[in-house]
Design a protein around this ligand. Structure first.
Ligand code: GLP
Length: 241
């Protein structure tokens, strides 16, 4: 795992945006694994700027979302479908028919998990998977204890995750469950970039970098990947020696 530390969250996001642009320029039909969360706001802002400046074409790319809450309407502002439409898919020229999330509206969510895995495979797999990290080390919504070979499935959210996402839901309850790509699904991607910024991520980043690969810190699994980059700002890297 390569580690890159930038002076600011902005520069870190700019770097990741640059990597996405390079990929789309060299392979316009690439498959992106896309993440949500506050950390991604800056990344998608820069990507939008780069897209306009470089006149990039995302219309042939596919985008596969990492995860989606169960129990929200598609149009709910807190659904990841809404987040991704708003921050990414509708700002850039993605073809809506090539943007995918796990189908949390299916009657059988086990089958929906398998179907998402099959869908990713049918498009040839993910070229670049973007990841954020939860304060408890989750990636996607693979909470601590998730198997390193897990696949897309229904999961229960931990209280740490629900607490940390509560601010976004204001007076409403954060959903109890979600569907997420598994850690095995993520590791199948040809390249993985984990972006973590801000002081609140410093402790988990220290555990990720200095600890062993263990299911208690799901993000540590990326150390098993041969093409993984951890992109940090000074604050999230502040506890690294
Ligand atoms: C959510 C998302 C994760 C994301 C994490 C961190 O739970 N499902 O994919 O990495 O939050 O979010 P933030 O960037 O807001 O700290």
């Amino acid at each position: 795992m390569q580690i890159k530390v930038f002076d600011s969250a902005n520069l870190a996001a700019q770097h990741v945006s640059g990597k996405i642009c390079e990929l789309v320029l060299s392979r316009p039909e690439c498959n992106l694994g896309v993440a949500t969360g506050r950390t991604m706001d800056a990344l998608y802002h820069h990507l939008n700027e780069d897209y306009k400046r470089q006149k990039l074409d995302f219309s042939r790319c596919c985008a596969f979302a990492l995860d989606e809450y169960v129990g929200l309407d598609k149009s709910d502002e807190q659904s990841y479908r809404h987040y991704l439409n708003f921050h990414l898919f509708e700002r850039l020229n993605f073809n809506p028919k090539r943007t995918f999330l796990p189908n949390v509206y299916a009657p059988d969510l086990d089958m929906a998990g398998h179907a998402y895995e099959d869908l990713i495979k049918s498009y040839g797999g993910i070229d670049l998977q973007l990841l954020g990290i939860g304060v408890n080390g989750h990636i996607g919504l693979n909470e601590p204890g998730s198997a390193l070979d897990s696949r897309t499935r229904l999961v229960a959210l931990s209280s740490a995750t629900r607490r940390s996402n509560q601010a976004l839901f204001k007076q409403r309850e954060v959903p109890l469950t979600a569907m997420t790509m598994g850690i095995g699904t993520i590791l199948d991607s040809r390249e993985v970039i984990l972006l973590a910024t801000g002081e609140s991520k410093a402790e988990i980043i220290q555990r990720l970098v200095n600890g062993d690969v263990h299911s208690s810190v799901p993000a540590s699994a990326i150390k098993l990947h041969k093409n993984a980059e951890l992109v940090l700002d000074r604050e999230s890297a502040s506890l690294l020696s």
